[in-house]
Structure formats: C-alpha cells, structure tokens
Design a protein around this ligand. Structure first.
Ligand code: SF4
Length: 92
C-alpha cells in the first residue's frame, strides 16, 4: 500500500507532476495540481489531499520532481505483513 499526500497550498503550478504522472496528476482550473481521486480536506495551512493506493507507481517520480516538495509518498506494509511482524514480536 502507498499513501500519497499533496500539500496543495505549496503548489507553484509548475506542471511537473502532471507531466511525469498523468495517471494520477492533473492541472485544475485554478492552475494548481490536483491528485486524481484524492480526498482534499481543509487544514489550517490549506488544502491537503490524501489518496491510498495499492502501488505508488509514478507518484514516486512526481514526488521526486516536485520543486517545492509538496508531494509525499509513504509506502506502507500491507495488513498481512503487519500481522506477521506482530506475530514475530510476540515470539521474542
Ligand atoms: S510538481 Fe509540485 S509544484 Fe509542480 S504542479 Fe505538481 S504539485 Fe505543483
């Protein structure tokens, strides 16, 4: 699993994410990028988008290419792996 977050208020509308990862990123009418299918919520700083997907795919490139570092990809272990880990910890 991978969790992609977008700190939209930091976006400078460069378009790099939509170029390298059009499957997930598009430029919205207000000129800023938008993570397709993400839920955007209002925070004190601005809009924060969150999307959980099975595979990070090109979001990794989008993260690496964003000049203001407002895209973050966090890969998470699946439920099975977590359970395995918990079982191992119990043994120790
Ligand atoms: S790469 Fe970053 S700054 Fe550029 S459009 Fe995408 S989110 Fe905005």
């Amino acid at each position: 699993m991978a969790k992609v977050t977008h700190e939209r208020w930091k976006c400078i509308s460069c378009g790099a994410c939509a170029n390298v990862c059009p499957e997930f990123w598009e430029m919205a009418d207000d000129g800023k990028a938008k993570l397709k299918g993400a839920e955007y919520k209002k925070t004190d700083e601005g809009e924060l988008g969150e999307l959980t997907i099975d595979d990070a795919k090109c979001n990794k490139e989008a993260e690496a290419g964003c000049p203001v570092n407002c895209i973050h990809v966090k890969e998470e272990a699946g439920e099975e792996k977590k359970e395995e880990k918990a079982a191992e910890e119990k043994k120790e």
